[in-house]
Design a protein around this ligand. Structure first.
Ligand code: ADP
Ligand code: ADP
Ligand code: MG
Length: 452
């Protein structure tokens, strides 16, 4: 049973979780850092509690502070959102030790799915194709050179504990391996506290396609279709859409079916996403699983009408899935645009400052998830996501037309954003005809897409 939820996150996702709790009739408490005292989530919540200074390490990542906050406020569950403590098995375990339900996979499940390399091996054993690459974590430079020599360059070095697009390095030759491997190791150690590196062959022209799954603690699971996140910058997603415009119905079905069967067999539970690369021949390769709700989950909500956060809370409480696969219907096309505080004219450098004015788009098919309000001060301590614009239409063409209309209406004054980039890309031929690969924006340069 879950009767009161501590929301241990910030920004738009804290607001989103608060809304799910309201819909369930569950009281919720927002845990915030000193920098987020004036945040939208705090203003909307009936109850909130400060968990420490601005620096995430001392607030949103501070496990004793989060757990004490839950206990002091009488919560019996913690929703970690995405990022921060959302995939931390030791935190999930600490919650359990204090009789708090962690809204996510149970700690032993998180533990099993923690290493990207180990999961790759486990799911390959369950029938998922993976990108050819190193046979395990590379032990030293000699090992890396030998294995990459066999696999063939270029290869992509990946931190096994990585996420958020950070710490990956493209290596084109043995000489580059000599300089890149030590750098990749020290970066991974600094960012993730773990310097394990493995590699995959670099697939030059590929799309990113991912499958949303939901599995209960009783071993039943469903997929909720796929999202295509091929518009990226530095390996980070900026536009996501569903269904994938690059797949036909037969391969779409095959991917969805393989994904759900392999994770159920591997004992996964909760909401999760299996990420794949799709090559130009239509082959797909598993790259990783995210054991949490994702930034782009609203795309799936618009297509299916299922509230993923509500389902995730119910499953964590031990309920059985309320949906069977055949009850999940997909309708139309949805596209999400991540609106970030970054300056398109200055290599998308992060921006902070006061939101002086705000005009949110609306009308048919338009949803905006945001924590912004006029007068809000964007703090410099966290990531740059300001809002998500999600647009739905009966067809991709209609969704694109509505996106163009919504992006034209969207005005944020006082802080520079990437809205001009989105306005440009929505008229880009490659995007319109779904002929993009994940490296397009970096190859051409983001400036090429900036509209008015
Ligand atoms: P998702 O996997 O949900 O589609 P991302 O991988 O882009 O989205 O981001 C997931 C989480 O990683 C978010 O919490 C985000 O704040 C965090 N994140 C994304 N990019 C970075 C970054 N450059 N540095 C630190 N954290 C990041
Ligand atoms: P993270 O854990 O940081 O999200 P992923 O393994 O999911 O890292 O990869 C993030 C992105 O990097 C992918 O969406 C894709 O654009 C690119 N990428 C990952 N692996 C490869 C590969 N083997 N070849 C080419 N691009 C890749
Ligand atoms: Mg990823």
């Amino acid at each position: 049973m879950v009767t009161k939820v501590l929301i241990a996150n910030r920004g738009e996702i804290a607001v989103r979780i608060l809304r799910a709790c309201r819909d369930l009739g569950l009281p919720a408490v927002v845990a915030y850092s000193e920098a987020d005292r004036e945040s939208m989530a705090v203003k909307l919540a009936d109850e909130s509690i400060c968990i420490g200074p601005a620096e995430a390490r001392r607030s949103y990542l501070n496990q004793p502070a989060v757990i004490s906050a839950a206990m002091i406020t009488g919560c019996d569950a913690v929703h970690p959102g995405y990022g921060f403590l959302s995939e931390d098995a030791s935190f999930a375990e600490a919650c359990g030790a204090h009789d708090l339900t962690f809204i996510g996979p149970r700690p032993e499940v998180l533990e099993r799915f923690a290493s990207k390399y180990a999961v790759r091996r486990m799911l390959a054993a369950n029938g998922l194709p993976t990108v050819p690459g190193s046979n395990g974590i590379v032990s030293d430079l000699g090992d890396a050179l030998e294995q990459a020599g066999k696999a063939g360059y270029p290869v992509l070095l990946k931190p096994s504990a990585g996420g958020g697009g950070r710490g990956m390095r493209l290596v084109r030759s043995p000489r580059e391996m000599e300089t890149s491997l030590p750098l990749a190791r020290s970066e991974a150690q600094a960012a993730f506290g773990d310097d394990s590196i493995y590699f995959e062959k670099w697939i030059e022209e590929s799309r990113h396609v991912e499958v949303q799954v939901m599995v209960d603690q009783h071993g039943s699971g469903v997929h909720l279709g796929e999202r295509d996140c091929s518009i990226q910058r530095r390996h980070q997603k900026i536009i996501e859409e569903g269904p994938s415009p690059a797949m036909d119905d037969a391969s779409r079905e095959r991917l969805r079916d393989l994904a759900i069967r392999s994770v159920v067999a591997a004992g996964y539970e909760s909401a999760g996403t299996l990420e794949f690369l799709l090559d130009t021949e239509g082959n797909f390769f598993f790259i990783e699983i995210n054991c949490r709700v994702q930034v782009e989950h609203p795309v799936t909500e618009m297509l299916t009408g299922v509230d993923l956060i509500v389902e995730q809370i119910r499953i964590a409480a031990g309920d059985r899935l309320s949906l069977r696969q055949e009850q999940i219907r997909f309708r139309g096309h949805a596209i999400e645009f991540r609106i970030n505080a970054e300056d398109p004219a200055d290599n998308f450098s992060p921006q902070t400052g006061e939101i002086e004015s705000l005009n949110l788009p609306g009308g048919p098919g338009v949803r905006v998830d945001t924590h912004l309000y006029a007068g809000y001060e964007v703090p410099p301590f966290y990531d740059s996501l300001l809002a998500k614009l999600i647009v739905w239409g009966e067809t991709r063409e209609i969704a694109l037309a509505r996106s163009r209309r919504a992006l034209a209406e969207f005005e944020i004054g006082g802080v520079k954003t990437n809205i001009p980039f989105h306005r440009g890309i929505i008229d880009n031929d490659a995007f319109l005809s779904a002929r993009v690969s994940t490296n397009l924006v970096d190859r051409v340069g983001p400036a090429a897409f900036v509209g008015s």
